[in-house]
Design a binder for this molecule. Sequence first.
Ligand code: FES
Length: 148
Amino acid sequence: MEDFEPIIIAFVCNWCTYTAADLAGTSRLIYPKNVRLIRVMCTGMVDPQYVIKAFLEGADAVLVSGCHPGDCHYINGNYKARRRIKLLKEILPQFGFEPERLRLTWIGASDSGAGCPDQGAGAKRGQIENGNLIVICHLSFGTCFDQK
Ligand code: FES
C-alpha cells in the first residue's frame, strides 16, 4: 500500500491557483505528477457533476482550488464553490465515495510554495489511514491554506 499513488483531479481557478502553479513551474519547483490540473475560469463554475464524474471515472481524490475569499475575480464565485463543496460532501456517500476525498483550498497567484512545509519532494500526495485516503495533496505549490 506504500506505493499507492492516488490519481488526483484538481480543478483550479485560472486567476489564482493556476497562476500559482505556473509560477511554481517557472520557479522550477516540482509538483506531483499524479495531480491532473484542470483549469477553469473560476471555482464558481465547477459544476458538482464534474466532481462526481471525476470520481466515477476513477479519481481517487478531487481538489477544487481558487482565489482566497474576497479575491475572486468574479466577485463571489469562490463563495458559491464553498457552499457547493459543503453540500457535495454531504451527498458523496450516497454515491459510495468518502467525503474526505474532496477538498477545497485557496491558493493565491503569488503563493508559489516558498515556505510551504510540504513543498518539494516531501509533498503530501495523499495519505492512507485505516484504508482510506484522508489527505489530498498540497500540490507542492501554494502555502497550504486549507478550507475545511
Ligand atoms: S476567479 Fe478565482 S475563484 Fe473565482
